[in-house]
Write a protein that binds this ligand. Structure first.
Ligand code: GLY
Length: 409
């Protein structure tokens, strides 16, 4: 029989080796991400655009008003924060400042994504007052899209449902939960509670109207701007109006977790956990935890209005971006819940990261147009960005690595 001391020693060794396994994984992935991103920087020298994805086998970069423009600067900030490459600071600052004109943009709701991932991380790490002012002005621009009578921030301007008939005058998408972080920031830094009130009212209405009883989510909800009545519940990037688009569910888990952090209202924690549990326990989730692009593809009772050609896909595409967003969110959610739930969320987030960091999803050095991850989906109904890298998959992957390194797992 082993003595008590021997058992303690074995346990201690197991804990140390677990920890060093985690540290090695994090260090290896950050090192790879820094190298890959430096190669990306070399290839983008001289361009004023911002890396987004691959189109036609080549790197595709966007202008600053694209909803994805904040992610590459944000990735640079996270890599700089690791201290592996101090020179990345200059690049992070330069790419971030490119986005300065966006602070006045009012054309859609994406300001939170664009400004908070770039200037928000920049402010967190440098305390640069200019960044703070830009974030506050951006929050004012975002607030112009708030419709008080309906209690929501309008995501998009007028467009139609895929059915070609139903008109959307005031469409709100689940993604919009992510933009609220910018408003919470502005409220804290100005003392103006109207930013906070807008964010909380929007979150409550999203909770009421976007989330189903089983905590799955609609992608789009269209509102009557005078009464706040719901006019349509539908999808734009998911499989069908009644399905659950994987990235939409991920935005919800992340958005409600963040809203709980900022408000400490239990209702938001409950919905964040419900949405997380729906995702984690979903029967259609593959073993490696990287979801199909929608939880209901090809299932009975789910009929798309867009032109779906099943024969085009030998396998249902996965969405690594949804996995990365969810992993990052779960590392935070785990810090707000009881021990048992925290353990479940941390284990799930860790498994997801292990998959993303494996050869199945992580690119080879210098390949994949120098994006970090492969196998994401932008929008299958639109026929764009199918099984490609996406700058936001990379951003949430490095954020998740950072959160993992700080987690109790
Ligand atoms: N917010 C757009 C998307 O998730 O594709």
């Amino acid at each position: 029989m082993k003595s008590k001391t021997t058992i303690y020693l074995i346990l201690l060794l197991a804990m140390v080796s677990c920890d060093s396994k985690k540290e090695k994984f994090v260090a290896d992935n950050f090192e790879f991400a820094a190298k890959q991103t430096n190669l990306m920087l070399d290839t983008t020298k001289g361009s004023v655009k911002i890396p987004r994805t691959i189109v036609g086998g080549k790197l595709y970069s966007s202008g600053i008003y694209d909803w994805t423009s904040g992610f590459f600067p944000g990735t640079l900030w996270y890599l700089y924060e690791q201290g592996l490459d101090k020179e990345l600071l200059a690049d992070a600052e330069e790419f971030t400042m490119r986005l300065e004109p966006i602070k006045k943009f009012t054309g859609n709701h994406d300001l939170g994504f664009m400004l908070y991932c770039s200037f928000g991380n920049g402010y967190r790490l440098t305390g640069n007052e200019e960044y703070k002012d830009i974030l506050i002005e951006g929050a004012k621009s975002l607030s112009t899209r708030y419709i008080p009578d309906a209690g929501i921030i309008r995501s998009w301007n007028y467009r139609k449902n895929w059915n070609g008939k139903t008109e959307w005058w005031c469409p709100v998408i689940i993604d919009n939960m992510m933009n609220l972080e910018l408003l919470f920031f502005a409220s804290k830094h100005t003392g103006d509670s109207s930013f906070y009130d807008i964010a909380v009212t929007h979150a409550r209405n999203t909770m009421k109207n976007h989330i189903r009883e089983d905590y799955s989510s609609y992608h789009v909800v269209d509102y009557d701007t005078k009464t706040g009545a719901v006019l349509d519940r539908a999808t734009c990037q998911g499989f069908s109006d009644n399905s659950t688009w994987a990235r939409g569910q991920a935005w919800g888990i992340y958005g409600f977790t963040m809203t709980y952090r900022e408000t400490k209202c239990e209702e938001f924690l409950k919905v964040a956990q419900g949405m997380a549990d729906f995702y984690i326990n979903n029967q259609s989730l593959p073993e490696d935890k990287i979801p199909y692009w929608d939880f209901n593809v090809n299932q009975e009772g789910y009929v798309p209005f867009w032109k779906y050609d099943k024969s085009r896909f030998t396998e249902i595409p996965r969405d690594a971006s949804a996995a990365a967003v969810t992993a990052s969110a779960l590392f935070e959610l785990a810090t707000y819940v009881n021990e048992e739930d925290a353990k479940r969320y941390l284990e799930f987030a860790e498994s997801t990261l292990l998959s993303l960091g494996s050869d199945s999803y992580r690119a080879k050095l210098g390949a994949n147009s120098c994006f970090i991850l492969e196998h994401s989906v932008g929008s299958i109904p639109h026929g764009v960005e199918i099984d490609v890298p996406l700058c936001y998959a990379d951003y949430y992957f490095v954020e998740a690595l950072h959160r993992y390194s700080q987690s109790k797992k």
